[in-house]
Design a protein around this ligand. Structure first.
Ligand SMILES: Cc1cc2nc3c(=O)[nH]c(=O)nc-3n(C[C@H](O)[C@H](O)[C@H](O)COP(=O)(O)OP(=O)(O)OC[C@H]3O[C@@H](n4cnc5c(N)ncnc54)[C@H](O)[C@@H]3O)c2cc1C
Length: 443
């Protein structure tokens, strides 16, 4: 907020409900990110806790603020919150000015020729590209930050909100290995990505190599803006083009969520709400084996253990693990989405929920219900030498590639394969066909 003398007070409000529901990994990252921001502002960041509408109206009055600015946030929850903050400030005679968005092209900007929102990625990307490639203005220089004496905020403690029953005894501790947080770390990472960007088109699906940017948490927490990434992708070539396309996916999912806020927890294709899924205690047992990385399929297990160990998972591994949960275990995509939101450091409601819906065949993709990733064939394609499996699955750390590609790792001491892939594929297709035939809702 800008005070009467032109100084700027930087504020972050911890919303207890939001933070307690964020899960352990994101909470830990948020704390480190705020500490890094405070350090870069020479200790002048004001962090308060409570209802942002009350906290900001009170703080604005006490520093004699003339204007209050916030970066636009576009999820359904944030939009409702910002309206409440705007109303509270208005009653104190102040205007909330919401600027820009954390996207290259703000959600709600693009529309088809008939004026409707996009539901298919290809045409969205074609409309997105010219707008996303417009050079953005240089960032304003840093203002004079005012120091405001403030008590240390109270971080929410106690049990996490929104922990569902089917998590059972799955761990809550944040992962031991976490990405460095803060703007400087993000900029350093971006500056180091020359070779990654050039090779991105071919390396991005190889789960065993560092072939992607790992910028997702920095983008999610606003430490980096996608236009800063696009600015270094201006060159030609397949690498930069493929990477900018991924940023278009990010904008696409945010745009879909903007237009269909209920798609946060409901299938974008309403008919797919009828898909029969298992939700009993036996299903929850299967869910927990999956979440622990004990399915007996080494690629899936490596993926799920990477999530536990690092709070991050390779995109291709996310796709295969999500497909396995929905199509081989017949569980609700929302269960998996919730676990990802809980554990991922980059957990993002638009990308996560729509990434899951895409994999489950209930979201934006046109006709993918018959696409069932086979985790063995996927492993042969994306981890042919078994490097990824060996890194995360301790039981197979010394095993040859052939064992890393096999169900049960070809080893007696490894988890038994929890399902028969061929049989469950047939079962999944039958359940999807029920929806297509308009069968009544199952359980
Ligand atoms: C089931 C599932 C759940 C997912 N959940 C999330 C999530 O909670 N948060 C999240 O940021 N991404 C999510 N993704 C998308 C993607 O997996 C991650 O963005 C990516 O793995 C992050 O690693 P990176 O930064 O190295 O990506 P890179 O490959 O380097 O891509 C650069 C950036 O583009 C964006 N991006 C890349 N792929 C996608 C994609 N498929 N959809 C949307 N944006 C993308 C991300 O911001 C990413 O940081 C999910 C994908 C799936 C299939």
């Amino acid at each position: 907020m800008r005070a009467g003398d032109g100084d700027v007070v930087g504020v972050f409000v911890i919303e207890p409900r939001l933070v307690r529901g964020a899960g352990p990994t994101r909470q830990a990252y948020l704390r480190r990110s705020l500490a890094a921001l405070d350090q870069s502002l020479d200790g002048r960041l004001v962090v308060r806790d409570g209802d942002p509408a009350l906290v900001l109206a009170h703080l604005a009055r006490s520093v004699g603020a003339r204007e209050v600015f916030a970066t636009g946030d576009t999820t359904p929850w944030s939009r409702a919150r910002d309206e409440r903050v705007g109303a509270a400030l208005a009653s104190a005679g102040l205007r909330l000015r919401v600027l820009d968005s954390p996207y290259a092209v703000a959600p709600g900007t693009l529309a088809t020729a008939s004026g409707s929102p996009y539901r298919v990625f290809g045409p969205f990307e074609r409309a997105w590209r010219p707008l996303a490639s417009v050079a953005s203005p240089r960032p304003a220089s840093a203002p004079d930050w005012r120091r405001v004496v403030s008590e240390a905020p109270t971080w929410p403690s106690g049990p996490y909100a929104g922990r569902p029953w089917y998590f059972g005894d799955l761990p809550d501790e944040p992962p031991p290995a976490s990405a460095p947080a803060g703007e400087s770390a993000a900029l350093a990472r971006l500056a180091s990505l020359g070779a990654t960007i050039q090779e991105y088109a071919t390396a991005r699906d190889q789960v065993g190599v560092e072939g992607t940017t790992r910028l997702s948490a920095a983008l999610h927490f606003g430490e980096l803006h996608p236009r800063q990434v696009l600015a270094v992708l201006r060159g030609s070539g397949p690498g930069p083009a493929a990477l900018s396309r991924q940023l278009a996916w990010r904008d696409f999912y945010a745009d879909v969520l903007w237009h269909w806020p209920s798609s946060r927890w409901r299938a974008l294709q309403p008919a797919m709400e009828r898909l029969r899924v298992d939700r009993d205690e036996a299903a929850a047992e299967r869910f927990r084996l999956w979440a622990r990385g004990r399915t007996g399929y080494p690629l899936i297990d490596a993926a799920m253990r990477q999530l536990l160990a690092e709070g991050w998972m390779h995109n291709r591994a996310r796709m295969v693990a999500a497909s396995f949960l929905v199509k081989h275990l017949h569980l609700d995509w929302r269960w998996g989405a919730r676990w990802f939101l809980w554990r991922l450091v980059d957990a993002d409601v638009a990308s996560n929920q729509h990434g899951w819906q895409w994999c489950a065949g209930v979201g934006t993709d046109a006709a993918p219900f018959f696409r069932v990733f086979n985790p063995i064939r996927q492993a042969q394609r994306v981890d042919p030498d078994g490097a990824y499996v060996r890194r995360y699955v301790a039981e197979l750390a010394g095993s040859p590639a052939a064992d890393c590609l096999r169900p049960e790792g070809g080893a007696a001491h490894y988890a038994p394969a929890m399902v028969d892939l061929a049989r469950e594929r047939v079962e999944a297709l039958a359940r999807y066909q029920e929806v297509r035939r308009g069968a009544p809702v199952g359980q």
